[in-house]
Design a binder for this molecule. Sequence first.
Ligand code: AMP
Length: 214
Amino acid sequence: MNKYIICGPQGSGKGTQSRLLCETHDLVHVSIGDILRWHMAHHTKLAARITRIMNSGQLVPDEIVDNVVRERLGLHDYNYGFVLDGYPRTLPQAQYLFENWDVDRVIYLDIADDIVFERVLSRAKMGLGGGFTKRADDNPEALKVRLTEYYEKTKPVLEHYDKKGILVTVDGTQPINDVFGQVSSQLGLTPLVPPPEAVAALDDPHAALPGAAH
Ligand code: AMP
């Protein structure tokens, strides 16, 4: 079984690379952001606790996301493994994860700060004016908060993975297929060609961020 974490700042292509990896290697994509948004869309009890926090761009408290992850991974619906996208985002979350699950590799999509801002702000602009389904946290104010959270709380966790010897760093500024090729080879996976439907899905503005080379 292959158990991976994918991380990187907003606009690094985590969602896109997770989807390609899962499509080509039969892995299950576990996106914590998607699960939290599902709760908000369905007005669950949890939604009442997280909506304001998420819409402002802040991180949801550790104990809430740890529970979401425990319940989601506890379903054991992954025969070949999973890609955990958007978790852990703090050191306590990483500690919780490693106390309870084995992880084979952490894929870090590295992109320079100026490109992060360029991609993220252009996504915000598209969201505001482009007629796509807009995320409530894709506005300049919330994006600023999300980036600050990333640099203050999430980026420092990379050191933790590095010490464990499981960190794999890939240059996320390359074209999508090149990033995917490098991710696959660094994980020791056969570099399978992404199926056409997976590539077509990249036309989805929320799958492939503007500014990412195609
Ligand atoms: P994402 O879709 O991964 O960008 O996540 C969207 C939002 O969900 C984040 O800005 C946070 O508010 C919340 N969120 C997702 N994952 C986590 C996490 N691991 N810890 C705390 N908050 C999270």
